[in-house]
Design a protein around this ligand. Sequence first.
Ligand SMILES: Cc1cc2nc3c(=O)[nH]c(=O)nc-3n(C[C@H](O)[C@H](O)[C@H](O)COP(=O)(O)OP(=O)(O)OC[C@H]3O[C@@H](n4cnc5c(N)ncnc54)[C@H](O)[C@@H]3O)c2cc1C
Length: 484
Amino acid sequence: MSLSREAIVNYLKEIVGPQQVITDEEVLRRNSIDRFRKYADIHGVFTLPLPAAVVKLQSTEQVSRVLAFMNQHGINGVPRTGASATEGGLETVVENSVVLDGASMNRVIKIDVENMQATTQCGVPLEILENQLRAKGYTTGHSPQSKPLAQMGGLVATRSIGQLSTLYGAIEDMVVGLEAVFPDGTITRIKNVPRRAAGPDIRHIIIGNEGALCYITEVTVKIFKYMPENNLFYGYTLDNMKTGFDILREVMVEGYRPSIARLYDAEDGSQHFTHFADGRCVLIFMAEGNKGIARATGEGIQEVVARHPECQQVDSALIEQWFNNLNWGPDKVAAEREQILRTGNMGFTTEVSGDWSSINAIYENVIRRIRTEFPHADDITMLGGHSSHSYINGTNMYFVYDYNVVDCKPEEEIDKYHNPLNKIIVEETIKLGGSMVHHHGIGKHRVHWSKEEHGSAWYIMQALKEIYDPKGIMNCGTIFPRTK
Ligand SMILES: Cc1cc2nc3c(=O)[nH]c(=O)nc-3n(C[C@H](O)[C@H](O)[C@H](O)COP(=O)(O)OP(=O)(O)OC[C@H]3O[C@@H](n4cnc5c(N)ncnc54)[C@H](O)[C@@H]3O)c2cc1C
């Protein structure tokens, strides 16, 4: 028989101590959602079941005991660290869920400059780790826009990616070793070794699990030398995205690895670069690292761009200025809330990826279809996108859209705007051989589409869920539907 709400709270208090079990109703309300429902949140409308409690976890051992208890009684747990999620991963869709808050596990355990790795508990904000490293002349190389908000556990759980990824890779390229707790309370440690080849890489059971397979308690990432004095910035305006994609491809194929390689279309570019974009697309590069490498990368970029005479170079100081003002901390989140309340204007981003031969078609088709087919196209105030994170075989594309919420209740906004708009993005991307990358806005809603559109990945995830979480207690709101 399932435990009552009151019994769950009492047992939790016994396990971790009463101070660490929060049941204040306002806190529970805020913890029933994440930024995917930011419009409803701003209007104080909370429609999902409130969690039974938020548990402030202090140690791996506590995580283990709490999970074992929840597994025994079939209680749904939603892991959380920085709470910067944008896609529904923190929603408590099951009655009497428990939010497992790891933000207090915030110790930087070791900065090991001989082995070039840093180990932290799951609740260390990336910015704190990064500041400590920079003070010693090192960096993680990880720079998501949410750097001031996101914490190490969540960054690994979401397969996050940062602005410098063309050089440093995404989190999956950075993680060396991990500690995690599975639903039955088993603590797993994956060693910090440079490589392993005994079967599939078990780090990938944990990286990107979105809190649906295990609780990440400790993370070890690679570190790199930090040499900002060698940074070189390049910016260009150009007529169309196709030329920009060609340049990105040529830079990658020639073997250069800029840390930033970004291409904005005119709409998106005009938001960030009003002072010089002049209605054109904008192409941006940053070269960094050791002086000789940065210089050679910069020269290579300029050589490639020179093959495309329609590109007009802009003052590099403008690009450096943009780079220094990229991240979102609590101040920008608060300002956004105020702005949404005042104007009803909502902004979202959806990320996809495609190879070089399909990315321009994905971009063009999505924009055309949204403009012509999306039933509320008249409410859209901005529709554009940028490419970031380039690889030897292709690149990512972020569709960026703002719409004015018109004639709908706060709780109807997602179904009226977000889902139909994203459906077009998904359909076009999949049709042209690309893939959804997520992290902004698809989230749990992929559950409805993923069986058909994610193919084998969907089945593999279901199989992992059966193995690691047979009772189906971990984060039933995310990419995995409740199986039991
Ligand atoms: C303004 C803004 C900009 C952003 N920019 C980027 C960007 O550039 N790149 C990017 O990748 N993302 C970006 N994001 C999305 C978000 O910041 C990332 O997904 C980030 O990795 C989430 O980290 P977090 O600590 O806040 O996790 P949370 O929001 O707390 O949780 C996110 C997900 O991970 C799970 N989770 C959290 N902690 C754990 C744990 N210890 N063990 C297991 N599962 C866990 C949760 O259940 C949830 O499903 C942005 C978000 C905002 C608000």
